[in-house]
Design a protein around this ligand. Structure first.
Ligand SMILES: Nc1ccn([C@H]2C[C@H](O)[C@@H](COP(=O)(O)OP(=O)(O)OP(=O)(O)O)O2)c(=O)n1
Length: 132
């Protein structure tokens, strides 16, 4: 696994390929590939998005970085975020989509659609600007 320098500290870099391979190994070892169809994976991912949403439910708006959250709440959050990511990676594989490549292309498309000079950073909804 690759490691990157980060302010003197070594930080582990986890690639989508690594997650994809580990999910593949996990499914093969259990003979669960038959369950990992695109539709099943999509539904499983949406279920995990629901579990992720539950963590934020009724809390009101929370500050970036979650400074007021207990450590155990952050650990739980990491688990649910991971479930969503793992199913998304697996779903992309099951659909024959190179997720990393597709995401980089989408970022480029986003930058063309929303050029820096036309973006009003004082507005939370850039579409409002276009309508006014
Ligand atoms: N058929 C399955 C079942 C599980 N997993 C993997 C992917 C997810 O990362 C995690 C999901 O496991 P659970 O369905 O047990 O969900 P939770 O971990 O969220 O448990 P719970 O729903 O009890 O909170 O396990 C998988 O790849 N294929």
């Amino acid at each position: 696994m690759k490691r990157a320098e980060g302010g003197g500290e070594q930080k582990e870099v986890v690639s989508l390929e690594t997650l994809s391979k580990k999910m593949d190994d996990f499914a093969k070892a259990r003979d669960w590939e038959k369950f990992h169809s695109p539709r099943n994976l999509l539904l499983a991912m949406v279920g995990e998005v629901g579990e992720l949403s539950e963590i934020f439910q009724w809390k009101g708006e929370v500050a970036r970085g979650l400074p007021d959250w207990k450590e155990e709440e952050k650990v739980h959050l990491g688990e649910e975020l991971s479930d969503v990511l793992l199913y998304l990676v697996r779903l992309s594989d099951a659909c024959g989509v190179d997720l990393g490549k597709a995401a980089l292309r989408k970022l480029e498309l986003n930058a063309i659609k929303y050029p820096v000079k036309q973006t009003d950073h004082s507005s939370s909804n850039i579409n409002l600007k276009e309508e006014n």
